[in-house]
Design a protein around this ligand. Structure first.
Ligand SMILES: *[C@@H]1O[C@H](CO)[C@@H](O)[C@H](O)[C@H]1NC(C)=O
Ligand SMILES: *[C@@H]1O[C@H](CO)[C@@H](O)[C@H](O)[C@H]1NC(C)=O
Length: 256
């Protein structure tokens, strides 16, 4: 028996948002203003007009890839090193990356701050914290985190990675005072809030969101070819890296 797609979407939306007003709105919030049809369907035409959506249609939004992970989880390290970072290097003009190092950690409120327990122990909490501080302190955070996660020892190599990729004024001492101080603690609390707010809530890590949305289908596509997924999700003219340029590599030597 074939179940009508609209019915599935309606049921899905009702369970996602627990709301009936959106029952004909089949677009994720990030796309409500992407066309006149979806703005009307989702009942947000006025808001879209107020935010100049006709103009924003011309400058197409980058695809945001969110990664909820923990620093010592083998699957996270593989995905970040072999899939996410290489894809971003090629497609960073059409994609943004949101890293949330926390994963399956547990937060407990203590006096004036929070304490954390991590799935792979204290070293993982330290790795999460270093990466969290980097994300707050430097534009080079992603290359440094890639360097750490793809190395033999995430924690031991961190300092070397900072020296390799960080700006000259980014000192190891300043990172460590974030890691051991109130700033790091507060930033990690933000990661906990973001991770706990996931809908649906995460069942494993690495947990991927695309434009804030997680489905099994998006997760599977991200795991098998994030590159193709980002290219296909991007609404604007495809950059050469997405395939336009491939024919340039097709060159043959014939013997006559
Ligand atoms: C919409 O565009 C107008 C004219 O360019 C501008 O004055 C206004 O601030 C814009 N509104 C928003 C929400 O960006
Ligand atoms: C760093 O964290 C502080 C405190 O939460 C925040 O005000 C600031 O905007 C953050 N900076 C960046 C670049 O994320």
């Amino acid at each position: 028996m074939k179940v009508p797609l609209l019915l599935i979407l309606t049921v899905w939306l009702n369970t996602q948002y627990g709301c009936c007003a959106l029952s004909t709105c089949s677009h994720p919030p990030s796309q409500w203003c992407s066309s006149l049809d979806s703005a009307i369907q989702c009942g947000v035409l006025k808001q879209c007009l107020e935010s100049n959506f006709t103009r924003s249609r011309q400058t197409v939004d980058a695809v945001d890839v969110g990664l909820y992970y923990e620093s010592l989880c083998p699957g996270c390290r593989l995905f970040l090193s072999n899939m996410l970072f290489p894809t971003w290097v090629l497609l960073n003009d059409i994609m943004t990356v949101t890293l949330v190092p926390y994963g399956n950690a547990q937060e407990k409120p203590a006096e004036k701050k929070y304490t954390y327990e991590c799935q792979h122990g204290e070293q993982e909490c330290l790795g999460n914290m270093i990466e969290t501080c980097l994300l707050n302190m430097t534009k080079m955070a992603f290359p440094i985190i890639f360097c750490m996660e793809s190395s033999g020892d995430v924690i031991k190599e961190a300092k070397t990675c900072v020296e390799l990729y960080g700006e000259p004024d980014l000192t190891w001492g300043s990172i460590m005072s974030c890691v051991n101080g109130d700033l790091g603690n507060q930033l990690m609390h933000q990661n906990a809030l973001k991770t706990n707010a996931l809908k649906p809530s995460h069942q494993y890590v690495p947990w991927v969101t695309i434009n804030g949305e997680h489905t099994e289908d998006l997760q599977n596509k991200a795991m098998s070819s994030l590159f193709s997924l980002v290219c296909s999700m991007y609404k604007g003219p495809k950059p050469e890296a997405c395939g336009g340029g491939q024919r340039h590599y097709k060159s043959y030597c014939h013997n006559d």
